[in-house]
Design a protein around this ligand. Structure first.
Ligand SMILES: NC(=O)c1ccc[n+]([C@@H]2O[C@H](COP(=O)([O-])OP(=O)(O)OC[C@H]3O[C@@H](n4cnc5c(N)ncnc54)[C@H](OP(=O)(O)O)[C@@H]3O)[C@@H](O)[C@H]2O)c1
Length: 273
């Protein structure tokens, strides 16, 4: 396998209205991909679509959609195909996290998080796995997280959704072996995006250095271009994963709890509910 030619691709990017998703859209457009941008904030999507269409010779379609609703993947595919848009690539990137003691978490917000981070991602993957596999070079990128490698007290549900994404995507990587579909779980450490505003606590980065979305997307797309691409890539703060291999699970979860309590400041009001 060799470098992917995105000129013949139409790639769906979810969560493209900010942060990592917007950057995936920018770098994929630069590589020649036509795009479908999906998120709830239509104005953001429309202005990014206009920017990318102006700057590159690509077609960009903006779809304002709450992916937390049931059957997100099947509904999106039906709508796109009714408009003659047949995707060969999918970046399942939309997601959010919460940061609080489990006893203080809002049950509705937890359900919304699981619906988006897990259910929508699975439904979109299932809706598109056949056309992606049939494409000359299909691409499936799922955004997991560094926090998917170990439990994270005070972000317990979020970390578990990302452990799910990591495990699920690595399984798909193996199932796609011998086909034209390339699968990758991207596992960023903390990044400079709106994530921490939405989580309501800037200290949820546990004091680690934040990468830029540019750095993370460059590593992700370069990794997928490799002759023998791995099932997942940790893009920054890799030492946390190494630590998890050295310590017992008891020691690791204690350490994560200590780091969370140490860096904890008063949570601010969530920007997105
Ligand atoms: N930032 C970090 O430190 C970090 C680290 C590791 C992994 N991640 C993961 O990276 C991914 C991107 O997050 P980010 O850091 O770029 O944060 P972000 O700037 O907050 O972006 C999140 C994106 O998800 C979209 N979204 C949220 N709820 C949605 C819904 N119900 N339906 C459709 N779209 C929805 C948002 O758009 P709308 O609000 O317009 O819908 C936005 O485009 C997430 O999966 C996150 O878990 C982030």
């Amino acid at each position: 396998m060799s470098k992917i030619d995105y000129h013949r691709q139409t790639v769906i990017v979810t969560g493209a209205s900010s942060g990592l998703g917007a950057e995936f859209a920018r770098q994929l457009a630069r590589r020649g991909a036509n795009l479908v941008l999906v998120a709830r904030r239509a104005d953001r999507l429309e202005s990014l679509a206009a920017e990318l269409t102006r700057a590159h010779d690509v077609t960009v379609t903006a779809i304002a959609r709450d992916l937390g609703l049931p059957d997100a993947g099947r509904t999106l595919r039906a709508e796109l195909e009714s408009r003659g848009i047949y995707a060969t690539g999918l970046v399942n990137n939309a997601g959010f996290g919460t940061n609080d003691a489990f006893t203080d978490e809002d049950p509705d917000r937890l359900q919304s998080m699981i619906a988006l981070n897990v259910s929508a991602l699975v439904d979109l993957s299932r809706a598109y796995i056949d056309p992606l596999t049939a494409a000359d070079t299909g691409v499936l990128i799922n955004t997991a997280s560094l926090l998917g490698f170990q439990p994270i007290p005070y972000m317990g549900v979020y970390a578990a959704t990302k452990a799910f994404v990591l495990s699920f995507t690595e399984s798909l990587w193996e199932e796609a072996h011998g086909t034209n579909l390339r699968v990758l779980a991207v596992c960023p450490g903390a990044m400079q995006t709106e994530f921490f505003d939405v989580a309501g606590n800037q200290s949820a980065d546990l004091g680690t250095k934040r990468a830029t979305p540019e750095q993370v997307v460059t590593i992700a797309l370069d990794t997928l271009d490799r002759r023998s691409a791995p099932p997942s890539v940790v893009t920054n703060s890799r030492s946390l994963v190494l630590l998890g291999k050295l310590l017992s699970r008891r020691a690791m979860v204690r350490l994560m709890g200590w780091m969370a309590r140490r860096s904890h400041t008063q949570p601010t009001a969530p920007a997105n509910s």
